[in-house]
Design a protein around this ligand. Structure first.
Ligand code: UD1
Length: 355
């Protein structure tokens, strides 16, 4: 069997790591196509190196552009790649323009398409990710759901007969990395003179929070007024948008830092008093590390983190301050994201469903 993975953005490299390992363990031929959507070394190369992912077999090098131009460039380039490799499955990793392009390329050329992270919904059609995931689910031959809630959405949308619950592959990596970094130094503490549990980790990159100057200013202001130092691991997008809007990111409690590689991020979250973010993955990682999270969005796809009390949605500066200052959530042993063996299940399901 030959699986062809199409990845392009930071969280997809994290999910690729356990899939690549499971493919190797199962003796499956695995072709990695990197679209080049993310190209900064700290958003791309560092993940391949630190998570032991084989180098991509194909690099499309598309870079940044508007939605149509970026998606179109990937789509155009994939035709030749698919015809050359003729995979049994094209595996798309969710959310991004790279995923939507992979989905369209695969189904147009009649290569079976599987969608990892299928069934996630924010029900907010203004988010580019929501459109990408809905369209990909409805194009896919096989929807691989990470959660029971995701499965329910797929059933509700009439996709039950080719959907299956496999668990969340990001949990596979997270649990392994958590154990590996347990006794590790956290360079961030010395670099910025921080005390353990005496600072917050923040990330911000969503179009909804960064593209409008007034919105970005309000979020930054909210973060700057928190009661402990806030380390903003600044995605290039927020830096570019702040510059474009003439806004200063470093103010009040806010300290700027470059993005971290995965083990350093996990160690930093474990050492922090809490996470404030608009990232999907980080909400879930904070939950798995039992670190309280505040999410700067009106809704989330990872509703289990909210239901179990470890994540609170907050949008205004007041809401963010209040949410961050809340008491420590009640401990839980629930495992809504699976047992850390999702990638193995994905490869097994792909092998069993091969056409
Ligand atoms: C993308 C995904 C988002 C995912 C995120 C993870 C889409 C629509 N969005 O958002 O779902 O959560 O990745 O990080 O696919 N830039 C750089 N260097 C890079 C990459 C981006 O400087 O390596 C800057 C550029 O100014 C670029 C901007 O960031 O225009 C946005 O990048 P893009 O990949 O389009 O979207 P993300 O915000 O990263």
């Amino acid at each position: 069997m030959k699986i062809l993975s199409v990845v392009g953005a930071r969280p997809q490299f994290v999910k690729l790591a356990p899939i690549a390992r499971a493919a190797t363990d199962a003796g499956v031929d695995h072709v990695i196509v990197h679209t080049g959507q993310h190209y900064d070394p700290m958003l791309s190369d560092v993940f391949f190196r630190e998570l032991g992912i084989p180098d991509p077999d194909v690099h499309l090098g598309v870079g940044s552009a508007s939605h149509g131009v970026q998606t179109g460039a990937i789509l155009g380039a994939l035709d030749g790649v698919l015809e050359e490799h003729r995979p049994d499955w094209v595996l798309a990793y969710g959310d991004t323009n790279s995923t939507l392009a992979a989905a369209i390329a695969a189904v147009k050329l009649h290569y079976p398409l599987a969608h990892l992270e299928a069934g996630l919904r924010s029900f907010n059609r203004r988010m580019p990710e929501e459109l990408n995931r809905v369209l990909t689910d409805h194009a896919a031959d096989l929807c691989l759901a990470p959660t029971e809630v995701g499965m329910k959405h797929l059933v509700d949308e009439g996709l039950a007969d080719h959907s299956i619950l496999v668990g969340d592959v990001m949990t596979d990596v997270l649990l392994q990395v958590r154990d590996a970094v347990a006794d590790r130094e956290v360079p961030l503490l010395d670099d910025l003179g921080l005390e353990r549990q005496g600072f917050y980790i923040a990330t911000l990159h969503r179009a909804e929070n960064t593209d409008d100057p007034a919105r970005l200013d309000a979020v930054i202001q909210g973060l700057s007024e928190l009661d402990h130092p806030v380390v903003l691991l600044a995605h290039p997008r927020v830096v570019a948008k702040a510059t474009e809007h003439g806004l200063t990111l470093e103010r009040g409690a806010l300290r700027l830092h470059t993005p971290l590689g995965y083990p350093d991020l996990v160690a930093a979250v474990l050492a922090s008093a809490g996470v404030v973010t608009d990232s999907g993955g980080l909400q879930k990682e904070a939950f798995l590390l039992r670190t309280p999270c505040t999410t700067i969005r009106p809704e989330t796809e990872w509703v289990e983190t909210v239901a179990l009390g470890w994540n609170v949605l907050a949008n205004t500066a007041d809401e963010i301050r209040e949410a961050v200052a809340r008491p420590m959530p009640t401990p839980t042993s629930e495992q809504p994201y699976g047992d850390g063996h999702a990638a193995r299940r994905v490869v097994e399901v792909l092998a069993a469903s091969r056409r």
